[in-house]
Ligand binder design. Structure first.
Ligand code: SAM
Length: 244
């Protein structure tokens, strides 16, 4: 998969991408990550990428010329995705969609944002990582890159863990407990030490349901509510009380 990132801070992206799973995926060739410095496409001595907006107002805006010049020079993979708080909220379904593609491009804004003509004519979609405002798109781009690349075949050791984890089937994940079995008087639930894998699987599913009911009732609604089997599982483990 090829992923291009267009930014005025390439070192932020390259630095992060050198570590952990993503670093290994880049080194191993599963991910062809190409980071482009927007300033390389400028023509003035000061390598200017921004200008004041027409109509006035606080702050500067990324100009269209360096973005267009970069896109035309490197012919990056589509879709071209701009990061911005006004975009559709990035979620696991979007991560899965992008992971199923051959590649995509992330355009990082700065200052007050990106020239609207670029968003209208060059960008295919806009993604936000949440309802808050960052200083630039780089951290948001890295969120997208990390969430997508860990879903690629061969990047995570155990693909089953991607299917079982939060949002895999519209639920939050169940809790995990490593050794020791007892730590400062806090015990690992007995069922996990029972060796009864059928019961462990049912308990985990019940915990996922309970956690999602309490923390993300919207996800339960998206699934069309609880099934009879879900209710039965909650009763089996005494988790069928009202939501928190
Ligand atoms: N003036 C813009 C507004 O009010 O919507 C905010 C611009 S922000 C200071 C600068 C850049 O940071 C944006 O162009 C975008 O690339 C990035 N950014 C900020 N918040 C973001 C978010 N929640 N998700 C994705 N990108 C974000």
């Amino acid at each position: 998969m090829r992923i291009d990132v267009i930014t005025i801070f390439p070192e932020l992206v390259v630095g992060f991408a050198g570590h952990s799973l993503l670093g290994r995926a880049v080194a191993g060739g599963e991910v062809d990550l190409r980071v482009h410095d927007l300033r390389d496409a400028t023509t003035d001595a000061h390598r200017t990428v921004d200008d004041a907006p027409f109509g006035g107002g606080a702050g500067m805006v990324l100009r269209p010329e360096p973005v267009l010049a970069t896109v035309e020079a490197v012919d990056p993979p589509r879709p071209v995705v701009a990061l911005g708080p006004g975009g559709r909220t990035f979620d696991q379904a979007t991560a899965r969609r992008l992971a199923g593609s051959d590649g995509f491009t992330l355009l990082c804004g700065r200052y007050e944002g990106i020239d609207q003509r670029v968003l209208d004519h060059v960008v295919d979609e806009e993604l936000s990582i949440g309802d808050y405002v960052l200083a630039g798109g780089e951290v948001a781009a890295l969120v997208v890159v990390e969430a997508v690349t860990r879903l690629l075949p061969g990047v995570m050791g155990n693909l089953a863990s991607a299917e079982e984890e939060s949002f895999g089937d519209g639920l939050l994940e169940y809790p995990h407990y490593p050794r020791p079995a007892e730590f400062r008087g806090w015990e690992v639930p007995e069922v996990l030490r029972s060796g009864d894998h059928g019961r462990i699987g049912r308990w985990r599913r019940a915990q996922s349901l309970r956690r999602t009911i309490d923390r993300r009732p919207d996800l339960i609604e998206d699934r069309g509510g609880l099934t009879a089997a879900d209710r039965q599982l909650l009763v089996e483990f005494g988790l069928d009380g009202p939501a928190d």
